[in-house]
Every structure is written in C-alpha cells, then in structure tokens.
Design a binder for this molecule. Structure first.
Ligand code: FAD
Length: 557
C-alpha cells in the first residue's frame, strides 16, 4: 500500500473510508481499468492517534457511548471488531408504512435483494438462505419443540460471518490490483465543491505528520461510517455555509441505532420439551441461529415497528442463576473489551458479598466451568470461524429474552458539529441520540403478543413488568456500532440527503456508501445491507465511468 507524496492526486474514483462499505466497493473495480483511490483514515491496525480523531461530544452519556467506542478508525474500519451477525432487511422495511413518520424509501426491496448473495459471499456468511427449514441439511433444530406461535415466525434465522475483518481479508487483493491505490493514514478533512456548478472538485487530505494533499476525481464516495459521514458533510463549509448536501437541514438528522436489551422471564414448563437456543452449522461451517421474528402482517395490523427476539441466558449479575459459567464470565468482565462487556448486563456494582456468591456458583460447578472455558478458547479464541456468542443452558428451562428492535425515524435524534476540535482543527461531532414513544410501544406490544402465543400453547409462560420495559431497553443506551440514517435516502432533498442512487442532492458526483443512507433501521444488523448497497452503487458508478487510458502507476502521487 502506498504512502502519500506530492500535493495532488488525480483519479477517476475516490473512495473515502476503508471499512466494509469502502472495501466492498473498491473490490468491484479491480481490473476494470478505472483508476481508484481508496483512503483509509487510519493505519492497518488500531492506532491511538488516529482513533482520537473520532472523539466528540455526547448530549446524554447514559444514552450513548463515547464516540471513540464502537467504531474503529483504521483499515477495515469497525469490521476489526464486529460480531459478524448477518441477515438482510425485510421487504416490509421498504414499504411506505403510514403509521411510522418518515418511514419512506425511494426504492423497493426488489432493488436491493439481488445484491444480497454477493454481499453474503464477501462477508463469508454462506448461502443467502434465512429459513431454518432450509439453512441446514434436514432443517435446524427447533427452538422450543411443539411451540407454534401465531404472531412470530420461529423459522427466521441469523447467520454469522467469521467474523471477517475486511482489512485483513481483502487488503492484499486490493494491494495487488493494478488500478487501485490504497492510502493509509490519509484523513479527509474537507470536501470542496468547484467554484462554479454542482460538482465536487476535490477532497482535502491531512496526515498526522502535518502534510496536506488533495484528491481530484470524477466521482467521490463517502464510506466513513454513519457518524463521520454526517460530520464531514457538515464540516465542509468552505463554499456551502450549511455544509454539503444540507440545504434542507437534513444532514445528521434521523440518527438511528437499534432498541435492544434483555427483558422478561420465560419458563418453558411443558415436560420433556427440548429447548435449543444455540447454533446449528450449515454445510460450510457457517453458524446459524433461530430467532423469533414478528410477522409483517402483525406489524401492519398493530401499527408498530419491526422486531426480533432470541432466547437468552438469565441476567449475569444476579448469582441466583446458579451457573458457574455465567458467574465466571461476570467476574471476568474487567478483562473483556468495553464493547463486549457492556452488553454482558453492565452497570451493576460488584459488592464483596456478590463476589462471594458468584464464587460459590463456580465452586459448585468447577468441572463444567473449566470445561466451558477450555471449549470457549478452542472454538472462539483460536478458531478461524469463531463460535459467535455465549450460549449457556439455564437451569429449569428459564430464559430471558434478548430483544433487537427497529428504531423509528426521529428528526430530533441528531449528529451535529460540537464545540471541540480534533488534531486537524476540524469540528468534532456532537451526538444527541433520542428515541420516540413508538420505539417502546413496539417492544411492549410484541412482548404482549409473545406472552399470548405462549399462553395459547400452554407449555410455557412469559412474565415481565410493563413499567420496566423502557429501563430494560435503555439499560445500555442506544445499541452500539449501528449508526444509521444520518444521510438518508429520499425521493427529494426535502426528504433526504441522497437520492435513490445514493448521490448527494445538489451535487453531481458525490455519493454515500454505508448505513448513513438507510431511511429506516429495520430489525436487522446493518452490515450485510451496507455491503449490498455498496455493490449496487458500484454498478451505477461503473455504468458512468469509462476505463482510463492512462491507469496510474501504483503509489504515484
Ligand atoms: C463491537 C461491534 C460489534 C458489531 N457487530 C455487528 C454485527 O454483529 N453485525 C453487523 O451487521 N454489524 C455489526 N457492527 C457494525 C459494523 O461494524 C458496521 O456496520 C460496519 O463496520 C460499518 O461499515 P462501514 O464501512 O460503513 O464503516 P466503518 O466500518 O466505520 O469504516 C469507516 C472507514 O472510514 C474511515 N474514515 C473515517 N473517517 C475518515 C476520514 N475523515 N478520512 C478518511 N477515512 C475516514 C475509517 O478509518 C474506516 O476505514 C458492530 C460494530 C461494533 C463496533
């Protein structure tokens, strides 16, 4: 990969950002003859100084993580640490749902569906099959034998990437491509519009060593993640006082994550009922797991958002669960990264008596706990395709529910520019994440429907305290790592920041790749859909650009 030299780079396509979006896009141009520059604002691996450029302000720290957490400013972006959970958006996500303000896409599900299989391949998540009856030869094991819910689809599944670190997996391939230059430690600080007209002329790049450069290109793509894309557009005020693409004050609004948390107590009481909440493996070794997905017709009838639930182990901090494994993991929390320990039910204090009770749990199951930890090291820490998450079978078939719900659009939930400045003097981002009453209503109604489904079946009971739902869903704040909607797709500049081809309104040659463009958040984790949209964008751009007659010499400036 080249370093920087000279003060001006010329290319046909400049991709700013080298996470899954930027890398998936760049891969589509290998050997096309189109001259591509891919900018990674960071090094090959984690580097504190680059990461510090992500620092910013958070309006309510109880509701949102610090901006240096849950995103990674490096080659590969946040795929350096992602969990790899994959599933496509659902057709209903693209419908014009009149009960959800702002839930409008200018394209249909069928416009993106053809790109999912290839996105799966890039994410190394196996076949594009999301039905438990077909994902595994002979079908996956049932979650709860005999339970046939009316309101939920029990055959919905999620599949897992290795999880693939896009930087490590595809870096060499990009490096070898004759027409692609990858620039590390090249930080975009300003997008410059041409003095006349609507074209973007160049992007200003800075290095932490003090150099400044420009990239001139026919097409530019921002693939810098949902928070940074809004920041860059807003901070590019040299010729557009409100920022680029922000004539209608849309950039940074509708900042969505997901509404997620654990809630309820589910007791499966039917005698001799097998319950399985772990992973089955597809023919190629991909881990697949069932979840309960609220059926689309029920969402329409109840006028709520999209939501899924998974069976989950009991809350870790409460030693009453009696499981040595859960206690060992709880006590190991200080050694687990912020991003992964937070969701192990964080926030609870650890008193001496609590520690003793957890130790007692471990002492009661020393062999099971040790066996589990060894198995974890073998199947998770050392394996190339990692066992995706902690699965511990609770005693007496008593579970909690792990909920992952759509967050509906909200103009007041925003990324703005803050008062602080980064090392380049660029305004830092300020996050004011907010949710709406409908977000909690979706969870409340869905839990009620699942309770009814269990009551009708008669083999299990779901109990929860309705008044505690908001606390349970907000215990860890906005779901980390999913940064959606800040440059949303719309039919017009009044409705969004980019058009149906992900081109920024008011510009002729600036596009956005990444979850910033999603007008709604779905129940689905975003990365597979981010990749699918990057592939779709590549097709649009390829149709417009002609192969260069003078493909540049790699590394030349
Ligand atoms: C702990 C964790 C777990 C996750 N688990 C899952 C999961 O299971 N499933 C899922 O779907 N998603 C998951 N995610 C989210 C997933 O990582 C992101 O959706 C994905 O990485 C987004 O890809 P991206 O390319 O759009 O942005 P990013 O991965 O954020 O990449 C942005 C790129 O832009 C570069 N950049 C930023 N600013 C600049 C600048 N000014 N100039 C130049 N370059 C710049 C960065 O260095 C980086 O290369 C998780 C995230 C985290 C943090």
């Amino acid at each position: 990969m080249s370093g920087l030299g000279g003060s001006r780079l010329n290319s046909q396509l400049c991709i700013v950002g080298a996470g899954p979006a930027g890398i998936a896009l760049a891969l589509q141009f290998i050997n096309t003859g189109i001259d591509v520059v891919l900018l990674a604002g960071g090094a090959l691996d984690h580097d504190e100084k680059s990461q510090a450029l992500y620092a910013g302000e958070v309006a309510d720290e109880a509701l949102h993580s610090p901006l240096t957490e849950y995103r990674h400013r490096q080659f590969g972006g946040s795929s350096a640490t992602w969990g790899g959970r994959c599933m496509p958006f659902d057709p209903i996500d693209f419908e014009n749902r009149d009960w959800i303000e702002g839930a409008r896409w200018p394209i249909a599900y069928d416009d993106i569906a053809p790109f999912y299989p290839e996105a799966q391949a890039l994410a190394e998540a196996g076949d594009c099959i999301y039905d438990a009856r077909q994902a595994v030869e002979g079908g996956m094991r049932p979650m709860i034998a005999g339970f046939e819910p009316e309101f939920f689809n029990p055959d919905a599944i999620e599949r897992f990437s290795c999880p693939t670190n896009f930087g490590r997996r595809y870096g060499e391939k990009l490096r070898r491509a004759p027409n692609i230059r990858v620039l590390l430690n090249a930080h975009a600080t300003q997008i410059m519009r041409a003095e006349h007209g609507n074209a973007i002329e160049h992007i200003v790049l800075r290095t932490l060593e003090g150099a400044e450069f420009q990239v001139h290109a026919d097409r530019f793509v921002l693939a810098t993640g949902g928070i940074e894309t809004a920041r860059l557009l807003l901070a590019s005020r040299a010729r557009d006082p409100q920022g680029i693409g922000n004539a209608q004050d849309q950039v940074g609004r509708n900042y969505l994550c997901h509404i997620a948390g654990t809630a309820g107590t589910l007791s499966v009481t039917a005698p001799a009922t097998p319950v399985f909440h772990g992973y089955d493996r597809a023919w190629d070794g991909v881990y697949c797991r069932r979840r309960l997905a609220l059926r689309p017709e029920v969402q329409r009838e109840k006028r709520i958002g999209n939501i899924v639930m998974r069976l989950h182990h009991p809350r870790l901090p409460d030693p009453a669960h009696g499981r040595g494994i859960l206690s060992a993991i709880y006590l190991a929390k200080p050694f687990i990264s912020y991003e992964y320990s937070k969701r192990l039910h964080g926030g609870d204090g650890l008193s001496a008596s609590l520690v003793l009770r957890h130790l007692a749990n471990i002492a009661c199951e020393p062999f099971a706990t040790a066996g589990f930890l060894l198995n974890w090291a073998r199947r998770r820490t050392l394996a190339a395709r990692k066992f995706p998450s902690l699965i511990v079978t609770p005693r007496n078939n008593v579970f909690s529910l792990d909920i992952h719900a759509e967050q509906v659009p909200n103009l007041q939930s925003r990324i703005m520019l803050g008062e602080g400045r980064d090392a380049f003097g660029m305004p830092q981002a300020r996050v004011d994440w907010r949710y709406r009453a409908l977000d909690m209503e979706t969870v409340r109604v869905a839990l009620g429907l699942l309770k009814d489904d269990f009551a009708r079946w008669g083999g299990g009971q779901l109990s929860y305290d309705e008044a505690e739902i908001p606390d349970a869903m907000l215990r860890d704040g906005a779901y980390g790592g999913h940064h959606i909607g800040t440059a949303r797709m719309g039919a017009s500049p009044e409705e969004g920041v980019v058009d149906s081809e992900a081109r920024v309104f008011g510009t002729t040659n600036l596009h956005v790749a990444g979850s910033a463009i999603f007008p709604t958040s779905s129940q689905a984790n975003p990365t597979l859909t981010i990749i699918a949209f990057a592939l779709r964008l590549a097709r649009h751009i390829k149709a417009d650009l002609q192969p260069s007659t003078k493909v540049s010499i790699k590394g030349a400036a």
